[in-house]
Design a protein around this ligand. Structure first.
Ligand SMILES: Cc1cn([C@H]2C[C@H](O)[C@@H](COP(=O)(O)OP(=O)(O)OP(=O)(O)O)O2)c(=O)[nH]c1=O
Length: 263
């Protein structure tokens, strides 16, 4: 089971560069569409259009340091570069923002992508760019588990997850920048969250301690890696596996097939 919701891409994203004025909702849906719109606008004014303008080359930028996200995007066939913001993104959220985990997750995905968009825009880019940011949270009974701070935090998380079902929410924020030349720029973004349900076996404290000793917990939300030894902790998964691992890459490509045209 998975749930998918799409944000209104014309809404201003927190921390996003000039989101209020620069967002062009129509250009957010697909690189091809935006390029076609540019071409159509140019053709309207021309008396005898001689040639169609060549579509702008698309560069996909993954704004993430997660090797899993890089791998999942590669496996989905999307050529991309990885770029992290020079200043790490502040991932703190206010208590009222944490009350709705899917919204909180979307906010962080937008912040991560927005930070890279901001730096990219400062470079006066020319071309078409799709910047992707993502965030993953484990949620049990309304409580959000990010990455464990230390061993006892990891133990606490795994005890909570033992013998029960929890949600893994991954939000993805995709920003499209269309800059046919140094003078023209339009931008739009869309953010969605996908949810999978993971059920854990009942774990003894010894089993939890054994697992934590394997050392794969510390950079993973909820202190486990379903793609690694953590699979032995799990009895069932409902929904997309790539959502649990950190990027619903298949859904991303279904929604934005133009990503496959990236050079
Ligand atoms: C539940 C689970 C999470 N994870 C990972 C996915 C994410 O990389 C990580 C959650 O941390 P995030 O803060 O979402 O991402 P990140 O810090 O790894 O990368 P960045 O912010 O640079 O994009 O947990 C797994 O790899 N396997 C799992 O089974």
């Amino acid at each position: 089971m998975s749930e998918e919701t799409f944000e209104n891409e014309a809404a201003a994203a927190e921390g996003a560069p000039g989101a209020g004025e620069a967002v062009a909702a129509e250009s957010a849906l697909g690189a091809g569409e935006a390029a076609a719109a540019e071409g159509a606008a140019a053709a309207e004014g021309a008396e005898t259009p001689e040639t169609e303008p060549a579509p702008l080359p698309l560069t996909v930028v993954l704004a993430s340091g997660s090797p899993r996200r890089h791998r999942l995007l590669n496996e989905a066939g999307v050529k991309h570069v990885v770029r992290l913001p020079q200043v790490p993104v502040d991932e703190t959220l206010e208590p009222d923002q944490l009350a709705d985990p899917a919204e909180a997750c979307k906010k962080l995905a937008e912040r991560k992508a927005g930070a890279v968009v901001q730096e990219l825009l400062a470079e006066n880019p020319v071309g078409m760019f799709a910047v992707i940011g993502a965030d993953t949270m484990v949620v049990k009974d309304g409580q959000i588990f990010g990455k464990p701070a230390n061993l006892s935090d990891g133990k606490h998380m795994l005890r909570q997850l033992s013998g029960a079902t929890h949600s893994v929410i991954t939000a993805v924020s995709l920003w499209l920048i269309s800059a046919p030349d140094a003078e023209k720029l339009s931008m739009g973004f869309r953010t969605f969250a996908d949810e999978s349900l993971v059920t854990f076996k009942s774990l003894t404290d010894d089993e939890i301690a054994d697992y934590l000793r394997k050392g794969e917990s510390f950079d993973k939300a909820g202190a486990y890696a379903i793609q690694g030894e953590g699979r032995h902790l799990v009895s069932s998964v409902q929904g997309a596996m790539d959502t649990v691992i950190g990027l619903p890459a298949k859904k991303l490509v279904e929604q934005f097939p133009d990503l496959l045209q990236a050079k």
